[in-house]
Design a protein around this ligand. Structure first.
Ligand code: FAD
Length: 291
């Protein structure tokens, strides 16, 4: 399967809820498309969004922008039939990249579906579809919160790669060393697929703190202290968030990261600002509108 030969810059959306959310996404997507990302991706069932929304949002994104869009597909709740049906719909819609994940069991449900872990989903997609899809998987520079040990998490990641993953996107983090350490650890196990850092812009510190508590991403004490010190001063929070994240992205790219994947949360400006600050590639003749 094709490996990313040069840096890959991508932007993630979630399927919108209701007409207001859809209008907001349309606007943000139109602005983000002017950056010319390599692809967009669309989450699946995360944050209470409906699952049918992923296919709709992927199709609408490709149609509106002419840029490839990759659906996320989590397997923990699915039956083989429901997963196969989705894979067929994606193929029919012209999708050629899938982000294959385990997902999380909803509260109150404790039995996984037919696949218990993402490596099983990756193997299934490979076995059923060969090279039809470029398969992305998730990984965790600060280790997955349920992993019994760092070594076990690395072993599990390597298993996903051996099952056929073509590239990986990380959970977000605010500490470049965690990423470099992870890449080094998996390289020592023979993994050479591109591992693209996932970047969460900081604009609303309360929201980032809540997400981080849920997904196990560490917010370094010095960042937390400064952010808390700004209190309700949103201008200061956003300016510091922009500076700190841009600086980390610079370090990542200078250290050899093969691109960046931006968690846009369906907002355009934070990603546009970082794109500008980092001098990332733009389609010919385009100038970025910064905030
Ligand atoms: P896995 O790779 O299956 O790992 C899950 C845990 O099980 C880890 O602790 C791992 O070490 C362990 N493990 C793995 N394989 C084995 C095995 N064979 N035996 C024993 N233990 C094993 N969630 C959504 O619901 N929708 C989304 O759209 C979504 N998008 C995401 C995008 C990215 C880039 C990332 C990084 C995460 C995303 N998530 C999404 C969250 C993700 O679903 C959760 O983090 C989930 O808990 C783990 O998914 P995974 O695919 O990494 O799981």
């Amino acid at each position: 399967m094709t490996h990313v030969s040069q840096n890959s810059f991508s932007i993630e959306f979630f399927p919108p809820k209701g007409p207001k959310g859809a209008a907001r996404l349309d606007k943000a997507r139109a602005r983000l498309a002017t950056l010319g990302p390599d692809f967009f991706s669309v989450t699946f069932g995360a944050g209470g969004t409906t699952r049918s929304g992923t296919l709709e949002t992927v199709a609408a994104t490709m149609k509106a922008t002419g840029i490839a869009a990759a659906p996320h597909l989590s397997c923990i709740e699915g039956t083989k039939e429901s997963i196969n049906e989705l894979l067929d719909s994606y193929k029919a819609a012209g999708v050629d990249r899938i982000v294959a994940l385990r997902g999380d069991l909803p509260q109150g449900m404790d039995e996984p579906g037919v696949f218990s872990y993402a490596n099983e989903l990756v193997a299934h997609i490979k076995q059923r579809h060969g090279d039809d899809f470029h398969i992305e998987v998730g990984c965790y520079p600060e280790y997955h919160p349920q992993a019994p040990s760092p070594a076990a998490d690395i072993e599990n990641f390597v298993r996903k790669v051996r099952a056929g993953a073509d590239s990986a996107m990380t959970q977000y983090f605010y500490n470049a060393d965690a990423y470099f350490n992870f890449v080094e650890e998996v390289a020592a196990q023979g993994v050479d697929i591109p591992i693209v850092p996932g970047i969460m812009p900081i604009t609303d510190f309360g929201q980032v703190s809540r997400f981080s508590a849920m997904c196990g991403a560490d917010i370094p004490r010095w960042i937390r202290q400064k952010m808390e010190g700004y209190g309700d001063d949103q201008t200061a929070v956003q300016a510091f968030g922009r500076e700190v994240v841009a600086r980390m992205c610079e370090q990542l790219l200078a250290g050899g990261a093969p691109g960046l994947h931006f968690y846009s949360l369906n907002k355009a400006q934070p990603t546009i600002d970082l794109w500008h600050d980092l001098g990332l590639p733009l389609p010919a003749g385009r100038i970025v509108e910064t905030g």
